[in-house]
Ligand binder design. Structure first.
Ligand SMILES: [Zn+2]
Length: 152
């Protein structure tokens, strides 16, 4: 399938976003309830809002569901094998004209991480330590909402 999602777009709130059909990221969780960790990506400085921490993810193609886009990007950017994750609920941050879908997922098996050139580092971060990092603007808005809703 052709990749047709790459490009900048302005949302109805006046931001400039990457992904003409919106974007999606994979919020991959591992561990038990009292020791849950999430997979975060330290984004390379040259990426949009770079040198910050966020989810592996990126632009959706027109033929993709958010979950498929998130899995594809997590595979490209972090080497995550889609067959080793179980998809969960989705959370949509809709800006009007552009949206970002956070796709929750659980690791079913140990995952060998393979960073690509968009990642300075990939790290499993304890849920309580996420806000100690410098977060990407979008992720920093979504993360507390997910916590409030008890999704993490
Ligand atoms: Zn926006």
């Amino acid at each position: 399938m052709e990749s047709d999602g790459n490009g900048w777009i302005h949302c109805d709130q006046g931001h400039r976003h990457w992904g003409v059909h919106g974007a999606a990221g994979l919020l991959l969780v591992r561990g038990e309830a009292n020791a849950t960790e999430v997979l975060l990506q330290h984004r390379a400085p040259w990426t949009a809002n770079g040198d910050t921490w966020a989810l592996p993810g990126g632009a959706r193609d027109s033929h993709e569901t958010p979950a498929l886009a998130a899995l594809r990007e997590a595979h490209e950017e972090a080497g995550v094998d889609p067959s080793t994750v179980e998809l969960g609920v989705e959370f949509v941050d809709d800006h009007g004209g552009w949206s970002y879908t956070t796709v929750l997922a659980r690791a079913l098996a140990p995952i060998t991480l393979v960073p690509n050139d968009e990642s300075l580092e990939l790290r499993w971060v304890g849920v309580g330590a996420v806000t100690d990092l410098v977060l990407h603007a979008g992720f920093s808005r979504t993360w507390p909402v997910l916590r409030e809703r008890g999704l993490l």
